[in-house]
Design a protein around this ligand. Sequence first.
Ligand code: 13P
Ligand code: SF4
Length: 304
Amino acid sequence: WAIHAPYVAAINRLKKERNAVILAHNYMTPEIYHGVADVVGDSLQLAIEATRAEADVIVQCGVHFMAETAKILNPAKTVLMPDMEAGCSLAESITPAGIAEMRARYPGAPVVTYVNTSAAVKAASDICCTSSNAAQIVAAQDSDTVIMTPDKYLAQNVARQVPHKRVVWWDGACIVHERFTAQDLRDFRSYNPETRIIAHPECPPDVVAEADFSGSTSGIIGYVERERPQKAMLVTECSMASNISGALPEVDFVGPCNMCPYMKKITLEKILWSLHAMDGAVEVDAAIAAKARVAVQRMIDLSR
Ligand code: 13P
Ligand code: SF4
């Protein structure tokens, strides 16, 4: 912490001067999560918090689509992204042309798009979803066939939870979660039978099937806080365990995790610079933002 302390102090000072709020995703490193964030959460919580923000400036510590979502919901506010290169393999996997292709393939079917997408893709969709509400959103669609984009694994996991719908999907995947295998989990469990295995729904369905629980990043944190297992394996991004282990000393966090190279682009140094220079303001074309806002707001309204 000693090396982080001057940055943490400077950021917290600048935050007041700029009337800024820092929204941080659960995958941020501990010095961001515990040192400078005003609000931490999963994608849905951060989107909802963005609608409540009273500050003039929102600093989005996460990846680009999260900052775009905050801007879509708050067009009058300045939304700063400390590193514009913090992308997402899912967001990169689809364009509006991909949505049009799916609509042509499944005429009349509603398009439920994961928030891990660009504003233009959201604008071309009917409604958004996150990992915490995807099954609820798909179940609420007034159609037997539902198109889910772009995460094929989230779609396949949702299809199991909503068996009365025919869920069809785009061929996208998260580079962090697609790397876990069911065999890894079985091997790990055979040596550590007492370990509670908790997987994010961006993992392939056979991985999720091996887990004791699956949920959004905040769902995972809530599960561990409630259950307090002796040993827990979080089948997701590495910072999750680092961020919560201090408050849960009785839980031994074990097993492999994967790092998201995009999330890890956000550092204290870059947050400080972006607040100091007001650098990295996210802009979304007004016409695209208006359409994307409808898809995001429909999701928020259905999630209440
Ligand atoms: P959550 O909505 O569960 O926080 O997921 C966001 C994400 O990018 C996971 O890879
Ligand atoms: Fe995208 Fe996966 Fe990184 Fe989440 S963990 S931001 S889905 S690449």
